[in-house]
Write a protein that binds this ligand. Structure first.
Ligand SMILES: NC(=O)C1=CN([C@@H]2O[C@H](COP(=O)(O)OP(=O)(O)OC[C@H]3O[C@@H](n4cnc5c(N)ncnc54)[C@H](OP(=O)(O)O)[C@@H]3O)[C@@H](O)[C@H]2O)C=CC1
Ligand SMILES: CC(=O)N[C@@H](CCC(=O)OP(=O)(O)O)C(=O)O
Length: 346
């Protein structure tokens, strides 16, 4: 029997991405969830609240306790609502205890966090110790990993081959992003009410989405002249899935017929980014239930716009799956460990 040698705590286990962490980690050969935490003050059997976990997990929820976690676990995942880890994670950072944070609290510098999340940020000293880790370009073993946002992951993977070669026309980066409702988390709001979402389609947070600065700052690292992106988000009447359509122009340094090669070369050695055959575009279903991001490209010679379509499962690649991919890197495991998932499709 394989020794489940990595002990894991999850804070925010009763949210959608916390539950998805539990689901994926169940099949991880090297990891064992040893404690689960949320806002409840009482110890409750998790399978009482979530019957799908009966006979699968024997765990009770506990109030958050950083000392307990550091004594018993090797790493903690924060799958908490925004504004929680910036306050609860400081003791882990000071002790250099490994954290993977699925929330946006440590992805941005203080001023940008304040502006876009409209909350007080963590201190600069804490923020500086966090590392933003887009797992397919992982290059750091910092102990505090800020796991990228769902829309940001889909967009950055769609644009990385162009930005890394600095061939994007900086004034023509237009991203039309759409998400299923689970991206909004479990709290009910009037916009997430069934009647508002089912058989409907609507744009929200136009030009105000908190992933705009997250995407822009990473693009700038690859292509420093990029200042702004045009980015909008809409709600799809489905549970899971993200569909990004990016419309961009490329500068003269690269020919349109070389683009396909550029994408294939960039992702040749990655396991979780799949480039479609020429002129084929991906759909959401082909990635649901997996850690893949599928990308397709098509060029219009009349308008000179390149359309890039990128799809992923917001709960997996956009949250829990990418977090496990980052954990695997951190512990020196093969990055796909526990993530061999095939789409359900039908
Ligand atoms: N859903 C998605 O597709 C994605 C989500 N994210 C980010 O991941 C994080 C979690 O998202 P999601 O699962 O959707 O969120 P949910 O709203 O579904 O769940 C939030 C979880 O956080 C817990 N929580 C809230 N406050 C505290 C606290 N003070 N102490 C301990 N636990 C707390 C809640 O516990 P309780 O049940 O007791 O209220 C619950 O378990 C968010 O920051 C989100 O933005 C990132 C990428 C994709
Ligand atoms: C459909 C939907 O509402 N999605 C959420 C995604 C939130 C998220 O993942 O937030 P952070 O990455 O900032 O933590 C939204 O658009 O705000």
């Amino acid at each position: 029997m394989v020794d489940k040698n990595i002990k894991i705590s999850i804070v925010g286990v009763t949210g959608y991405s916390g539950l998805e962490l539990l689901r994926l980690l169940y099949n991880h050969p090297n990891a064992e969830v040893i404690s689960i935490h949320n806002t409840q003050q009482t110890h409750t059997d998790i399978s009482e609240q979530f019957p799908h976990l009966k006979k699968m997990y024997n765990l009770t929820t506990m109030p958050f306790d950083s000392v307990y976690i550091m004594q018993h676990a090797d790493i903690v995942f924060f799958a908490t609502s925004s504004g929680v880890s910036k306050d609860l994670a400081s003791e882990f950072i000071e002790a250099k205890f490994p954290v993977i944070d699925l929330s946006g609290d440590f992805r941005l510098p203080a001023s940008l966090y304040k502006k876009w999340y409209k909350k007080e940020p963590a201190s600069d000293q804490l923020l500086q110790q966090a590392h933003y880790s887009l797992a397919d370009f992982y290059n750091n073993n910092a102990t505090y990993i800020a796991n990228p946002g769902c829309y940001a992951t889909a967009t950055l993977l769609a644009l990385a081959p162009l930005a890394q070669h600095q061939v994007l026309d900086k004034d023509n980066i237009i991203i039309d992003a759409k998400s299923g409702l689970s991206g909004a988390g479990k709290s009910l709001t009037s916009t997430s009410h069934f009647v508002n979402v089912s058989d409907n389609f609507s744009m929200y947070k136009a030009n105000q989405h908190q992933h705009i600065p997250e995407i822009t700052q990473q693009l700038q690292k690859w292509q420093p002249d990029i200042e702004h992106i045009q980015f909008t988000t809409s709600l799809l009447p489905i549970n899971r899935g993200i569909f990004i359509s990016a419309y961009v122009k490329i500068n003269d340094a690269v020919q349109a017929n070389q683009i396909d090669k550029l994408y294939k070369k960039t992702y040749a050695n990655t396991q979780f980014v799949r480039i479609m055959s020429q002129n084929q575009l991906p759909n959401i279903k082909q990635v649901i239930g997996t850690n893949f991001t599928d990308i397709g490209i098509t060029y219009n010679p009349d308008t000179r716009y390149l359309t890039i379509v990128s799809v992923l499962d917001n709960m997996i690649k956009g949250a829990a799956g990418q977090a496990i991919q980052n954990m695997n890197h951190f512990f020196g495991l093969e990055e796909s460990t526990g993530l061999h998932l095939l789409a359900q499709y039908a």
